[in-house]
Design a protein around this ligand. Structure first.
Ligand code: AOF
Ligand code: ZN
Length: 369
């Protein structure tokens, strides 16, 4: 057994948990690059730590190796993503790892970037470095869900959050909606905003509720609010235009409003079925550096995203409240004329938050099952 690792399981799991925690320091600043964390472990102790702080900045492995210095020789490098082997904005990490004398690399998962994609591991093995892949893989994939999704689709990851009564209503007939869900569910909704690079709603929600779309703590400079414009003009004094964070107004090409509310950036989009081309919206957002969007409704935008297969994760909070048929539905028409055409949440993760229930997962259409 390797001297660094008398009991490989718990020790390396702990180091990987630390590496994942370090990677999270890059949240909001790395996209379109991944969040990556790395720990150099020698004789059971961490002697170097690093994370990728921003796109274009040094890679996690390089930072950790710099800190470890000569102590890296013969040590284990624990890293949340396959080390790169290409010359990009920085030199290849595999060369750094080899010249530092690392004996073993423990990586959570491979990197789907076409320039890497297994070749990083191959290069390390080719010089006799032991490579173990797969520790905390699910957690690492969850951390980098936006990066992995972007590599696959070229679009921002879209999480659709809806909060409704048991019978799927987001407001009563008079429009009142505060508060259907209770404290713990609202806290979780705030955490979802903090995890996202942007919070998005349709223009109808701005007109009806005047939300700020801000996370609980002041967001970083990359954070955006996105309003998907409709036909009616938006009031210049709406909270989304209060300057407390950047705001993007997504509008149809050829329908640019005469007066653009203070400081808003325009994203011009082609027309799509029933409004804007939402796939183009998510591509445009990715090009603006937005990895994950949290969409909070309203019913029409949510339904269009679901119907178009563009809602990558549903986070649906339900409260033990009944509003009945005159309440405002959470979701508009998704074209499910029969049960076989229903959209379903695949292997849902279900959690109790106070007396509310969070149902989360990937949405699949009946015909795709
Ligand atoms: C990172 N940070 O810690 C690791 C990455 O644009 P570049 O040259 O920095 O290269 C980005 C690619 O490098 C990225 O897509 C991924 O494949 C790889 N690994 N990237 O930004 C890191 N380890
Ligand atoms: Zn690298």
């Amino acid at each position: 057994m390797h001297p660094d690792c008398p009991r490989p399981g718990p020790l390396l799991e702990k180091a990987m948990a630390e590496a994942l925690g370090l990677a999270r320091n890059g949240r909001g600043a790395t996209f379109p690059n991944p969040m990556v964390g790395a720990v150099v472990v020698r004789d059971g102790k961490a002697v170097g730590r690093g994370w990728h702080g921003c796109c274009g900045g040094p890679h996690a492995e390089a930072v950790a190796l710099d800190e470890a210095g000569e102590l890296a020789r013969g040590a284990t490098l624990v890293v949340t993503l396959e080390p790169c082997c290409h010359h990009g904005r920085t030199g290849p990490c595999v060369e750094r790892i080899i010249s530092a004398g690392i004996a073993r690399v423990v990586a959570a998962m491979s990197d789907p970037d076409a320039r890497v994609d297994g070749r990083g591991f191959e290069a390390l093995r080719a010089v006799g470095i032991e490579v173990l892949v797969g520790a905390s893989a699910a957690e690492a994939a969850e951390l980098n869900r936006a990066y992995l999704h972007y590599k696959r689709t070229g679009r921002s990851f879209l999480r659709l959050k809806l909060a409704a009564s048991l019978d799927g209503r987001i407001a009563a007939r008079d429009g009142s909606s505060r508060w259907i869900t209770s404290g713990p569910a609202r806290e979780r909704a705030g955490a979802m905003r903090a995890e996202a690079d942007a919070v998005m709603v349709g223009a109808g929600t701005v007109l009806a509720d005047n939300p700020s779309l801000l996370p609980p703590s002041p967001p970083g400079p990359g954070f955006r609010r996105i309003v998907v414009s409709g036909r009616r003009p938006l009031p210049a004094d709406a909270k989304v235009f209060d300057g407390r964070a950047r705001t993007i107004l997504a509008v149809r090409e050829g329908a640019v409003p005469g007066r653009i509310p203070g400081g808003a950036e325009l994203l011009l989009l082609p027309e799509g079925p029933g409004g804007l081309d939402l796939a183009a919206l998510l591509e445009g957002c990715a090009a603006l550096g937005i990895g994950e969007i949290l969409c909070e409704g309203g019913a029409a935008l949510a339904a269009s995203l679901v119907s178009a297969g563009l809602a990558d994760r549903l986070s649906f909070l339900t409260a033990p409240v009944l509003l009945g048929a005159t309440g405002v539905p959470a979701l508009g028409d998704v074209g499910a004329g029969s049960i076989t055409e229903a959209f379903r949440v695949e292997d849902p993760h279900i959690e109790l938050l106070g007396c509310d229930v969070l149902t989360e997962g990937r949405i699949v259409h009946g015909s795709d099952r």
